[in-house]
Design a protein around this ligand. Structure first.
Ligand SMILES: CCC1=C(C)/C(=C/C2=NC(=C\c3[nH]c(/C=C4\NC(=O)[C@H](C)[C@H]4CC)c(C)c3CCC(=O)O)/C(CCC(=O)O)=C2C)NC1=O
Length: 169
């Protein structure tokens, strides 16, 4: 596990250097975005069940084949597994937001995920769409709560979709 501060300090420690101007600038950026990050995380925490449910409904409305016979989210078990996965993405996004670092996503969520999905026939495209829908819902809620800088919200969601979409060789 790592956050923006521990990562930076580790890099300077490895090089045996004092924190320089670049370090101070990136730490300032971290601390000045802190309130926005915490507000976004609080919005997610307070609305997680609703966000997952709403994103699921929207996803299945956009891609109805998923829940029809032959679809990957067809049957109650797989439908629940899909929403559970969405809940994982949302929860870990909230951790990455607070940490201002995506390491937790690599370590806990993305490692081996594409292989698992490929072996179970879980389609990546609609999963990516589901993650993006959750991002949009969180952004809308943040704007409604007058969060001035909601740009931090995109980072973890966009990171997960980028990593998941990457073409395997
Ligand atoms: C915390 C990190 C973590 C992640 C991310 C995770 C994902 C994950 N999703 C799985 C299955 C699954 N994932 C889905 C998801 C979907 N199907 C669709 O059509 C939609 C596009 C999508 C929902 C958006 C489904 C349906 C299954 C069950 C597939 C099956 O068993 O046939 C599995 C296989 C084992 C299981 O069913 O529990 C894993 C490991 N597990 C973890 O521990």
């Amino acid at each position: 596990m790592q956050d923006a501060v521990t990562k930076l300090i580790r890099n300077y420690d490895v090089a045996g250097r004092y924190l320089d101007r670049n370090a101070i600038d990136s730490l300032s950026a971290y601390f000045s975005s802190g309130t926005a990050r915490l507000t976004a995380a609080a919005i997610i925490n307070a609305n997680s069940a609703e966000i997952v449910k709403q994103a699921g409904s929207q996803l299945f409305a956009e891609v109805p084949e998923l829940i029809r016979p032959g679809g990957n989210a067809y049957t109650t078990r797989r439908y629940s597994a899909c929403l559970r996965d969405m809940d994982y993405y949302l929860r870990y996004a909230s951790y990455a937001l607070v940490a201002a670092d995506n390491y937790v996503l690599d370590e806990r969520v993305l490692q081996g995920l594409r292989e698992t999905y490929n072996s179970l026939g879980v389609p990546i495209g609609p999963t990516v769409r589901g993650i993006q829908i959750m991002k949009e819902i969180v952004r809308t809620k943040a704007q409604a709560a007058d969060l001035e800088d909601s740009s931090v919200i995109d980072e973890p969601f966009d990171y997960m979709t980028r990593e998941l979409s990457e073409i395997s060789i």
